[in-house]
Design a protein around this ligand. Structure first.
Ligand code: AMP
Ligand code: ZN
Length: 114
């Protein structure tokens, strides 16, 4: 989508080192990491948020979670634990309007979130 930051990353208009890429998703380091591992996993197709995925495309969510599992193994945080986060909408804290999941780990994470 035009003027979408993450679409531009997908299209390589904005440089980013992809940690993982397949036909449906890319993963790259968050520019402002909140933990030793802070990776964003995003679909190549633009959806504004979790609420904007059509029912017949919801399998992208399980795929993203599967990529999160693989990356957690690669980073060796699968044993210690990690968090997969989707911020949805204004009060959910979503700041980029292209669906994305955060994979956070490598330190003890606090709960509840602020
Ligand atoms: P959210 O607040 O859930 O919408 O998450 C958006 C995330 O995107 C934040 O953690 C930002 O640090 C991150 N971010 C913003 N711009 C970039 C960028 N150019 N490259 C990588 N991560 C980014
Ligand atoms: Zn987009």
């Amino acid at each position: 989508m035009k003027d979408c930051l993450f679409c531009k990353i997908v299209e390589k208009e904005i440089p980013s080192d992809f940690i993982f890429e397949d036909d449906r998703v890319v993963a790259f380091n968050d520019i402002s990491p909140q933990a030793p591992t802070h990776i964003l996993i995003i679909p190549k197709e633009h959806f504004n948020s979790l609420m904007d995925i059509p029912d017949d495309k919801l399998d992208i969510i399980s795929h993203i979670h599967n990529v999160a599992r693989k990356l957690a193994q690669d980073r060796k945080i699968d044993g210690s634990g990690f968090r997969v986060v989707n911020n949805c909408g204004k009060e959910g804290g979503q700041s980029v309007g292209h669906l994305h999941y955060h994979l956070l780990g490598g330190r003890q994470l606090a709960w509840p979130p602020g």
